[in-house]
Design a protein around this ligand. Structure first.
Ligand SMILES: Cc1cc2nc3c(=O)[nH]c(=O)nc-3n(C[C@H](O)[C@H](O)[C@H](O)COP(=O)(O)O)c2cc1C
Length: 349
């Protein structure tokens, strides 16, 4: 019998599949549905105070190949609901939902607001706090979100302030839009964060209508640089998780970005993630599929004789080496035929 429970930041999750922060974790009805479907945890839609405002409309666009969505763009900001509404939401969530709740928060440029929000969610029963230093649109113009996440010194400062003000674990959500994500993850760890979530969306433009020279999504004829999610960003997420794992192990990592299949989740775990988060796929398919994912994961683990999630964490990342290392181990001629061909080449030019 395999055990698919897993720990992050000293908190135990019944299985590694979490609903990540986004529209599908934005109110109690959705979170209760996710819980009933069997998800292992939920990261709440990012909660704020002074920066809460309405997102532009339309705020989504997608890119398809062969009718399948390969990438998704959003211009959605943090929650549009004020703290008074979240106060009611939290009461319902805490009484109905018996899986770990990670509260994602974002303050403005003044770090004291982050501290206030952290205490606010702690008082309302959050199990872990996730600092959203990753949102790439709207918020950075106001010197928060990815603006903080792009500066290791700011990540250190804001994280340290929050960590020293609460007694529940704090994790940091990272933006991939940086030169070296491991530097930012290290700043978070040095400031006392128990783990990181990698990655938030990737800065981009999903599509351009060449008939009208219109970048999408079109907000009354204009657009802005948005956050790309979905399968197109999985390689970026896997690379980020692996690099953080290989630099900071042992360290808590929640893997996110383009998980559309249970196998994608196993890939993130093998690259170093303790658990995974899914957002875009839940927007397209709801929550029920997690039952199949858990069954497939258990079957896979049984077949491969992994008894716990821990047995799989980082095992593929151990095979990531420097280029110089590969030069030493590379096979220059792979088959006898190739060797003969190469000798003929040397003789006959
Ligand atoms: C519509 C939408 C809204 C999002 N809102 C938030 C948010 O409020 N806070 C946050 O930390 N991440 C937010 N994200 C980012 C996701 O949590 C996740 O990091 C990203 O979408 C990559 O995962 P995915 O490919 O599974 O969607 C949002 C993503 C989408 C698509």
């Amino acid at each position: 019998m395999v055990d698919i429970s897993t720990k992050l930041a000293d908190v135990e999750f019944p299985n590694p599949f979490l609903v990540g922060s986004g529209p599908t974790s934005g109110n109690p009805q959705k979170i209760i549905s996710a819980y009933k479907a069997g998800w292992g945890g939920v990261v709440l839609k990012t909660i704020g105070d002074s920066i809460v405002r309405k997102s532009v409309r339309p705020m989504y666009a997608s890119l398809k190949r062969d009718k399948e969505i390969i990438a998704f763009e959003n211009l959605e900001l943090i929650t549009e609901d004020p703290l008074e509404t979240w106060d009611k939401y939290m009461r319902v969530i805490k009484s109905e939902v018996k899986i770990p709740i990670i509260a994602s928060i974002m303050g403005g440029p003044d770090y004291s607001e982050w501290v206030k929000l952290a205490r606010w969610v702690e008082d309302r029963g959050a199990d872990i706090i996730e600092l959203n230093f990753g949102c790439p649109h709207g918020e950075p113009e106001r010197r928060t979100g990815a603006f903080i996440g792009q500066h290791a010194d700011l990540v250190y400062k804001y994280t340290k302030e929050v960590v020293s003000s609460v007694s529940i674990p704090v994790i940091v959500k990272l933006t991939p839009n940086v030169t070296d994500i491991t530097e930012i993850a290290k700043a978070a760890r040095d400031a006392g964060a128990k783990g990181v979530t990698a990655i938030n969306t990737v800065y981009g433009v999903i599509d351009v209508d060449i008939e009208t020279a219109q970048p999408l999504p079109s907000v009354n004829g204009y657009s802005t640089y948005g956050g790309i999610s979905g399968p197109a960003i999985k390689p970026i997420g896997l690379g980020a998780v692996s690099r953080i794992y290989n630099r900071l192990k042992p360290y808590g990592i929640s893997g996110v970005g383009g998980i559309f299949d249970w196998k994608d989740a196993v890939q993130y775990i093998m690259m170093g993630a303790n658990n995974v988060q899914v957002v875009t796929y839940t927007m397209l398919r709801g929550f029920e599929f997690v039952k199949e994912w858990k069954k497939s994961l258990e079957e896979f683990m049984t077949r491969k004789e992994y008894s716990t999630i821990q047995d799989m964490i980082g095992i593929a990342s151990e095979k990531m080496k420097s280029y110089e290392y590969l030069e030493k181990v590379t096979r220059r001629r792979t088959t006898v035929d190739e060797e003969i061909e190469s000798i003929r080449g040397e003789i006959y030019g």
